[in-house]
Design a protein around this ligand. Structure first.
Ligand code: PSU
Ligand code: MN
Length: 311
């Protein structure tokens, strides 16, 4: 008897895209459940899907709904997720429990990466990855996103890492884990809300064809004899557009204040900081956040298409 394949529920659109060998772009959902407030979260979730389609690829928003892992969400499910105040934040460690208790939740970058890999999706667009938190030398707070980048074979497009983090330490860990950090048309590692962190990327690539080529040389996608056949992700750092930047001085002032007021720890840190920055900046952080995710979805679609033409 053939086993019933139920662990991943593919949307009809994503299933069709696999048949048609179209580029597919995974999208995360913690940004929907914990990153942005309603209705911004629903607006951006729908806009990202549209932007991916406009750029020739198919979007696959990944989330857990009533204990099932969905790869590709229809509008009804996106609305359910965007308005569910009880939705969990689900990282790698949380998935088995969420499935066993039939929970609903948004998947973090780490969880989305590992599910994307299981589904055979190679490209994933997000706002910003988690990383090493400021003060990690005492708190030990290092996002599981970095661990996952060292392990899952997925290309993650991100506006660098959130400015609330310790960016030099984040880059060090990525280096340790063997993750290529590639600036797309930029030399400096972007700091999410602003373009230039003062830190340099491992390398710069200006064309999505070159990015596809890198992926083919890292993973064994095409039985290409020159492929290194390495495990782990690739981080594409795509800086926010100049017009959408939030000025560095203001960002840093707000972060300092938000951090000094912070009393919680663990998985609540990132959602708290994003919410507090929204309040302290009168919505500027949300505006920048929404703009940069959209740009990342565009680039993700272009990379997915470039890769689909090769494999
Ligand atoms: N960046 C954002 N908004 C978010 C996140 C990142 O602009 O909501 C989420 C991502 O899902 C990321 C998670 O994976 O925060 C990282 O959480 P932590 O630092 O607890 O690992
Ligand atoms: Mn953490």
């Amino acid at each position: 008897m053939k086993p019933t394949y139920r662990r991943l529920v593919l949307s009809p659109e994503v299933r069709q895209a696999f048949f048609d060998r179209k580029g597919v772009v995974a999208l995360e959902s913690t940004v929907i459940t914990h990153g942005l407030p309603f209705p911004d979260n629903l607006e951006i979730a729908l806009a990202l899907e549209e932007v991916v389609r406009e750029n020739g690829a198919i979007p696959a928003t990944i989330a857990v709904i009533d204990g099932l892992i969905h790869v590709g969400l229809d509008r009804t499910k996106l609305e359910q997720l965007a308005t569910d105040k009880a939705a969990k934040k689900l990282s790698r460690r949380d998935l088995p429990l969420a499935l066993s208790l039939r929970q609903t939740g948004g998947t973090t970058v780490a969880a989305t990466m590992l599910i994307a890999e299981q589904a055979g999706i190679r490209v994933f667009a997000t706002g910003g990855i988690g990383g090493v938190h400021r003060g990690a030398e005492t708190s030990f707070d290092i996002s599981a996103d970095l661990e996952e980048l060292g392990r899952s074979n997925v290309c993650v497009v991100s506006a660098g890492a959130k400015a609330v983090l310790d960016l030099p330490k984040t880059l060090e860990v990525l280096e340790t884990k063997g993750v290529p950090v590639i600036g797309y048309q930029c030399d400096e590692f972007p700091a999410f809300y602003y373009r230039d962190s003062g830190l340099v990327n491992m390398a710069r690539l200006d064309d999505v064809v070159d990015i596809a080529n890198l992926l083919i040389h890292k993973w064994n996608l095409t039985r290409w004899p020159d492929s290194m056949r390495l495990e782990g992700g690739v981080l594409i750092a795509n800086p926010i557009a100049k017009a959408d930047e939030w000025a560095r001085d203001e960002v840093e002032a707000c972060i300092t204040q938000a951090l000094s007021e912070m009393t919680l720890s663990g998985k609540d840190v990132t959602p708290y900081l994003l919410k507090r920055l929204g309040e302290l900046s009168n919505g500027q952080s949300r505006k920048s956040n929404m703009a940069l995710i959209r740009q990342n979805a565009v680039l993700g679609a272009q990379i997915a298409q470039a890769l689909a033409g090769r494999v």
